[in-house]
Design a protein around this ligand. Structure first.
Ligand code: NAP
Length: 300
């Protein structure tokens, strides 16, 4: 079992028995590997995605391990469905130990959601922001929130206009901005949590470039096949390796009180200058609440 994420992350002796984890986007790829690894370590897991049969297959594997596992379907382009997902978590447990904000992707076609927000930004950033806000009361006082960002956040700055427009849409640019938003969000969340009397941590990470996940399925033309073929190259990051940092951040005692940091390969790394900008972190937090028409969570 040398290639399992928990072994790669050196946490295979950690016992998560009795804990509850929500892993969004765990019907496939990094989230699926993470959910199964957490289950092997003893955690009960809520599996999430849109593909019910894929979700049920993950639940069946977790149930075979003796875990309390359940699947909840929710489209991250829908505010209602995020609220229903949060309600399903609350019905499942009143003590959520781990929230892994992992669902997301790179989307070929530009479109606006019902909120008038660019789809990638909505799915990859706005929905995890809303879900986290909705689950704050359900999280334990020493819960860990882990957000799957990406090294693709480097090389862009946040464009507050592009969040509400699909004029001159570029799927990759929109993806980069949404991943920058993930790092900004995770850092601002950590800062605001530090001001509470709770010990909840928030960290984000880059899983690596992983052709073996379902990530490339939304790319145009022959790119999905070409991308998937890279998975056969020996130097490629496997899905299990990609999940290892998520599993490390969830289970390792090394990061018990580490918060507001960005990781890759289970090591703390410095995110881009744009990701470290305090003003942008605060502005994104406030604007996200405005776009969702909700009270600002953890308001100062
Ligand atoms: N693969 C890479 O190279 C790479 C690199 C850096 C970061 N990442 C990040 O890693 C995370 C996981 O991606 P992956 O590579 O594991 O890809 P994946 O295999 O395609 O998994 C994506 C997951 O997100 C869910 N998802 C996508 N759109 C959704 C929506 N609108 N509503 C609800 N769920 C949705 C999918 O669920 P359904 O299929 O059931 O809808 C699936 O479970 C993403 O945040 C991605 O940005 C990936």
């Amino acid at each position: 079992m040398a290639h399992q994420p928990e072994t790669l992350a050196d946490v295979s002796d950690v016992d998560l028995s009795g804990t509850h984890a929500l892993v969004t986007g765990s019907t496939s790829g990094i989230g699926r590997e993470t959910a199964l690894a957490l289950g092997r370590l003893g955690a009960n897991v809520m599996v999430h995605g849109r593909d019910e049969s894929a979700g049920q297959a993950v639940v069946d594997e977790l149930t075979d391990l003796g875990r309390d596992a359940t699947f909840t379907k929710a489209d991250f382009a829908s505010v209602d469905e995020i609220q229903q997902l949060a309600a399903a978590v609350e019905a499942w447990t009143n003590e959520l130990d781990f929230l892994l904000n992992n669902a997301g992707g790179l989307f070929r076609d530009g479109q606006l959601t019902d909120l008038g927000v660019e789809y990638t930004f909505h799915v990859n950033h706005l929905s995890p922001y809303l879900l986290t806000a909705e689950l704050l009361a359900t999280l334990t006082d020493d819960a860990r929130i882990i957000t799957t960002a990406s090294g693709a956040h480097r090389g862009v700055s946040l464009d507050f206009e592009a969040m509400r427009s699909v004029d001159s849409y570029s799927g990759f640019k929109a993806y980069q901005r949404s991943k920058l938003a993930n790092v900004l969000f995770s850092t601002e969340l950590a800062r605001r949590l530090e001001q509470t009397d709770r010990s909840i941590t928030s960290n984000s990470f880059h899983p690596g470039a992983i052709p073996g996940s379902g990530f490339s399925r939304f790319l145009p033309g022959p790119l999905p096949k070409l991308f998937a073929a890279l998975d056969r190259l020996p130097m490629t990051t496997t899905v299990a390796e990609g999940a290892a940092t998520a599993v490390y951040l969830t289970a390792s005692p090394d990061v018990d009180s580490v918060s507001g940091q960005y990781f890759a390969d289970s090591e703390q790394k410095q995110p881009s200058k744009a990701a470290r900008d305090r003003t942008t972190q605060r502005r994104l937090w406030e604007l996200s609440a405005e776009l969702l028409d909700i009270d600002e969570p953890l308001a100062e």
